[in-house]
Design a protein around this ligand. Structure first.
Ligand code: ADP
Ligand code: TRP
Length: 321
């Protein structure tokens, strides 16, 4: 099956991205035809500094390659290297009811947070639908926050197929309930846009400082604690085996365990977990010419697939004359 997902280079990638999307994607390449990409067109909706966009895009590429994405086995590319997606977006715009976009939570949230709503933000889900439909993906692994975007994609695909005959595969979202929402330092969803992240490849001192700042309640050390209500427990659990998780939960309930200790353990675990990938990332970063060559090849692979869908779409809607 073709499995596809993308990630925004709007800030350094974090463990919410890793456990909900990047890790599963890297595992899926063992048994699926994987398409994975960095969505720099999407990032234009919020990032206005070109230097930052370039840096974050290359950063995300390095992160994926270091974490084990295999560019020979999978199709790994930067969205903006495949401009065909913009052409499909334009066609799909004409099959997207405005009401569908007006109901998008991510759009409403951004407005509530004070972003001035330009058209890029409004049509963000149409570009995302084009990302998915262009490659005829069967499944899209994402975190829970992307569920509605996937529903919009499905709606658009079904409408188009109804109007012009079978054209697009209607994709299924793959959302793992265990990692659907990973909390950030403040207990809200961890997100680049909330400044509450633990970065996968952050430096050790900053990471430690951030971990020590995770919000906890004021239960004293001696008192029994409820692990399920604790952000530190939820975060360290990501790095523990089921048996270790169980044992730690029992120590919480028994009392005598302070949050400070669990925070130190979380730091040690996380630092150790990503150590081999850190070494690999440094190696890749030392040869950016080679990384750019890998990405050019990825874009070429993606464009070959995109061309087939676009040819069909152009014919069906009457753009070829
Ligand atoms: P961010 O919110 O940090 O900008 P993105 O929107 O780029 O992250 O998300 C990239 C992928 O990671 C998506 O599949 C998204 O659902 C997932 N994701 C991001 N943050 C979390 C989180 N805190 N918990 C679960 N999944 C997440
Ligand atoms: N909107 C997604 C996010 O913020 C990123 C994205 C863009 C995406 N295009 C995609 C995800 C296509 C999956 C498939 O996380």
């Amino acid at each position: 099956m073709r499995v596809l997902s993308g990630i925004q280079p709007s800030g350094a990638l974090h463990i919410g991205n890793y456990f909900a999307m990047m890790g599963p994607m890297i595992r899926y390449q063992e048994e699926h035809d994987l398409f994975c990409f960095i969505v720099n067109y999407h990032a234009l909706t919020t990032v206005t500094d070109p230097v930052k966009l370039k840096q974050e895009t290359m950063g995300a590429v390095l992160d994926f390659l270091a974490l084990g994405l295999d560019p020979d086995r999978s199709t790994f590319y930067v969205q903006g290297d495949v401009p065909e997606v913009c052409e499909l977006t334009w066609v799909l715009n004409n099959h997207t009811p405005v009401g569908l976009l007006e109901r998008a939570h991510s759009y409403k949230d951004k407005i509530a947070k004070g972003f001035s709503p330009h058209n890029g933000l409004f049509t963000y889900p149409v570009l995302m639908a084009a990302d998915i439909l262009l490659y005829q993906a069967g499944a899209v692994p994402v975190g829970k926050d992307q569920k509605q975007h996937l529903e919009i994609t499905r709606d658009i695909a079904i409408k188009f197929n109804y109007a012009y005959g079978d054209t697009f595969v209607v994709p299924e979202p793959w959302i793992d309930e265990n990692t659907a929402v990973i909390p950030g330092l403040d207990g809200q969803k961890m997100s680049k846009s909330y400044g509450n992240t633990l970065e996968i490849f952050g430096d050790e001192k900053t990471l430690k400082k951030k971990i020590m700042s995770i919000v906890t309640d004021s239960t004293p050390v001696e008192a029994p604690k409820d692990p399920d209500k604790c952000n530190v427990y939820k975060l360290i659990s990501l790095f523990l085996s089921p048996a270790e998780r169980q044992e730690l939960a029992e120590r919480y309930r028994a009392g005598g365990l302070g949050y400070g200790q669990v925070k130190k353990d979380l730091h040690a675990r996380m630092w150790e977990y990503f150590a081999p990938y850190r070494a690999k990332r440094a190696e890749l970063a030392a040869d950016l010419g080679e990384v750019r060559r890998i990405m050019r090849k990825g874009a070429e692979k993606a464009r070959n697939v995109a061309a087939v869908t676009l040819k069909d779409v152009r014919e069906k809607v009457g753009l070829n004359y």
